[in-house]
Every structure is written in structure tokens, then in C-alpha cells.
Ligand binder design. Structure first.
Ligand code: PHB
Length: 393
């Protein structure tokens, strides 16, 4: 079958939140795009991801006109509890840095953006196959794919964007001699649950304990999200509801909290990994979001970083398409500055709160010392509050 050929200005590989937000921002700037994804919409909607939006992520949704649900259904959180050494200590974001975050799941951000694309007549193709990109260093790079009806497509664009997540095909298009990959593996993972119960706390509890880390998050008045540190090879089948509750209660109970229990409706093991690929641009291909960088989930930075990338990328693409030759490199530089700050923040939160498998008593006490410094120093608490609520771009 001969391919259907079309042209556009920006062809985006990946129609998750980063790809869709980029397409949305470009349309508002009068720039034509197509976004494709190998997953179908239902598969993306049913993947549970983190739930905290930094204040600038919320602002981006508000300023670009996709904030009806996040403002109505999200929950504003003006702080978190750090729990360790037998008690809880509130970090008051509002008082420390005059900022807050919004509890609103990534899946809902995706739904809002996908609905906005459909409403605005955006060209988004879910469930495509055979995706490839070519001619990246020419002024007419190509995107090829087979659409959900089996029709081969070839799209000529001015710029290709790889927003295709942590299993990105686009990042492998960077010649090995011209890319560097930075990795960090962790010897633990998160056992994540959703449960039907009332909230156990109004804000998130990040709980350090001798038994390992636990995070108490929420979703709605009747649905809660919780995580506990586990072995990366942990098999969810080995964990009955009773055993899960016993472990969670023991971890937060060491710090004086009691959880409200209820039926567990979902269990998953989330891997931990830090990753960056540099540079984020090769010829007329640029990367955005998880395609270029992954953070461990402890600071909830993944989606926020992806949104920060595409906010900057939309600005610089507009300049590039208007003839500014420095714009794509400027995107890569601006994005990477924030990426490495977030890499450090996520790594810091992770290593301060989790128990290494071979941790000694010294290591655990030292972590309690570090946490005590954070909560008892205005400078320490402010540092955490700034990073958590998000740095200005
Ligand atoms: C979540 O609610 O899923 C969540 C919140 C905060 C994190 C990670 C995940 O740091």
C-alpha cells in the first residue's frame, strides 16, 4: 500500500501529557502539528502515575485553558508531613515559600489534554504501529507510522519531537558518538496500592522508618494511594491485603500515625531509576519529558519536568520556526538546567528517606540526623519547599 503523505510543522512522537501539552501550546501559537502514540487512549488512561502538580504546572494548565477539572477536582496542598524518629513534622510550603501544590493525578491531566485536542480539532493518532523517524539532519525530517486502520503514513515536518516516554525510540536516533547517557539504579522499588478508604491525612506523609519508607497519598474522599518501599523483584501476588496493611501500619505507626484501611483495588511495583540523555537535540529532532530523562518518584517530579520541558520548547519552537537559529539549542540548555536540579532533588529525597538493603544502624541514625536538620532549620525546610513546589523557570 502506498503511504498517505502529509506535511506539518511539528511532528510529535508520543501523545502522553508532554506530547499533547506541546501540541496544545503550539496550536495556541498558530503552529500546526500531529501527535502519534503506539498506545491507545484507554491504555494510557488506565496507567496509574503520580499525582502532584507543582504550582507552575497548574499555572500552565490555567493559562492555556485546560484547568476546569484540575481546579474543580484537584486538592490544594500547602505542605507535607515528614515523619521520622517517632513523630511527624509539617513542612509548611505556604509559610516558607508562599507556594502550594495540587493533588491531581497525571492520568487526569492526560484526559484533560486529550479532550482539549479533540475539542480543538488537533491531529492526534492513538494506537499506531511501525513508528520510525528519518532524515533528522535535513530540513525535511520524516515521521513514518501505520495508523490504527492499518494505513501507512509518511509525515514531512520541519521539526520532530520525541516525547515518547521512558521507552523512547527517538532517543536511540542520536548517534552514539554524539550522545551521553547518565544512569543511576536503586536497590529498591515502590509497592503502590489504591484502596477504597477515607483519607488518613489531609496532606501527604513521607515516612522514614527502620522498616523502610512509606508514602501516604490520596486521590479522593473515598480512594487513597499509598506506597511502601520494597525489593525491585517483589511479587505482588505474595501480598494479601492483610499483609500489606500490617506493613504500612507498622511503618507509619513507628512515627505515630494510624491509617484508615479499606479494600485494596490495585497493586503495582514501580521501578526506581535516574536517567538523563544529553544533548536533548540532534539536528531537527528534539527530546522532551521522560524520553530524555527519568527521575525516581519520590519528589513527584516526572510529569512536572515534562510539562516544564514543553513549556520552554513551545516558546523556543515558535522562535525557531520564525528563523531564530539558536532557539533549539537554547531549549536544550534551558531544559537541562532544570532537569539536573530535579535529578538532584529526586535523588536527595530518595536517599534521605529510603533504607538501603545493607544499611547499618549508623546509616539509619544519620538519615534521622539529616531529616532533623531539615525540619529544625528554616533554611533546610525552605530548600525542600522550593524544590517540591517547583523552581521558577
Ligand atoms: C502520588 O500521589 O501518586 C504521589 C505523590 C507524591 C509522590 C509520588 C507519588 O512523591
Amino acid at each position: 500500500m502506498s503511504p498517505t503523505t502529509t506535511t506539518t510543522e511539528v511532528a510529535i512522537v508520543g501523545a502522553g501529557p508532554a506530547g499533547l501539552m506541546l501540541a496544545h501550546l503550539l496550536q495556541r501559537a498558530g503552529i500546526d502539528s500531529i501527535a502519534i502514540d503506539i498506545r491507545d487512549r484507554a491504555a494510557i488512561e488506565s496507567t496509574h502515575r503520580a499525582g502532584i502538580l507543582e504550582q507552575d504546572s497548574v499555572r500552565l494548565l490555567v493559562e492555556s485553558g485546560v484547568s476546569e477539572r484540575v481546579l474543580r477536582d484537584g486538592y490544594r496542598h500547602a505542605g507535607i508531613d515528614l515523619a521520622f524518629g517517632g513523630g511527624g513534622h509539617r513542612i509548611d510550603f505556604e509559610a516558607l515559600v508562599g507556594a502550594s501544590v495540587q493533588l491531581y493525578p497525571q492520568t487526569d491531566v492526560f484526559v484533560d489534554l486529550a479532550d482539549a485536542r479533540a475539542r480543538d480539532g488537533g491531529d492526534v493518532r492513538f494506537g499506531v504501529g511501525d513508528v520510525s523517524v528519518a532524515d533528522l539532519t535535513t530540513d525535511r525530517p520524516l515521521l513514518r507510522f501505520t495508523d490504527a486502520d492499518g494505513v501507512p503514513n509518511e509525515v514531512g515536518a520541519r521539526i520532530l519531537v520525541g516525547a515518547d516516554g521512558s521507552r523512547s525510540i527517538c532517543r536511540h536516533e542520536f548517534p552514539e558518538a554524539r550522545r551521553r547517557q547518565f544512569f543511576r539504579e536503586y536497590p529498591f522499588a515502590w509497592f503502590g496500592i489504591l484502596c477504597e478508604a477515607p483519607p488518613s491525612s489531609e496532606e501527604l506523609i513521607y515516612s522514614h522508618s527502620e522498616r523502610g519508607f512509606a508514602l501516604i497519598s490520596q486521590r479522593t474522599e473515598s480512594l487513597q494511594r499509598m506506597y511502601s518501599q520494597c525489593d525491585p523483584a517483589e511479587d505482588v501476588a505474595d501480598w494479601s491485603d492483610d499483609r500489606i496493611w500490617e506493613e504500612l501500619q507498622a511503618r507509619v505507626g513507628a512515627n505515630g500515625y494510624v491509617l484508615k484501611e479499606g479494600p485494596i483495588t490495585s497493586t503495582t511495583v514501580l521501578p526506581f531509576r535516574s536517567f538523563v540523555q544529553e544533548p536533548m537535540r540532534h539536528g531537527n529532532l528534539v527530546l522532551a519529558g521522560d524520553a530524555a530523562h527519568t527521575v525516581p518518584p519520590t519528589g513527584a517530579k516526572g510529569l512536572n519536568l515534562a510539562l516544564a520541558d514543553v513549556r520552554v520548547l513551545a516558546e523556543e519552537l515558535e522562535l525557531h520556526l520564525a528563523g531564530d537559529d539558536g532557539a533549539l539549542d537554547r531549549y536544550a540548555e534551558r531544559a537541562l538546567r532544570r532537569v539536573w536540579r530535579a535529578q538532584h532533588f529526586s535523588y536527595w529525597m530518595t536517599t534521605m528517606l529510603h533504607r538501603l538493603p545493607d544499611a547499618s544502624d549508623f546509616d539509619v541514625r544519620r538519615q534521622v540526623g539529616e531529616l532533623t536538620s531539615i525540619v529544625s532549620s528554616t533554611a533546610g525546610s525552605t530548600y525542600l519547599a522550593e524544590g517540591y513546589t517547583g523552581w521558577p523557570s
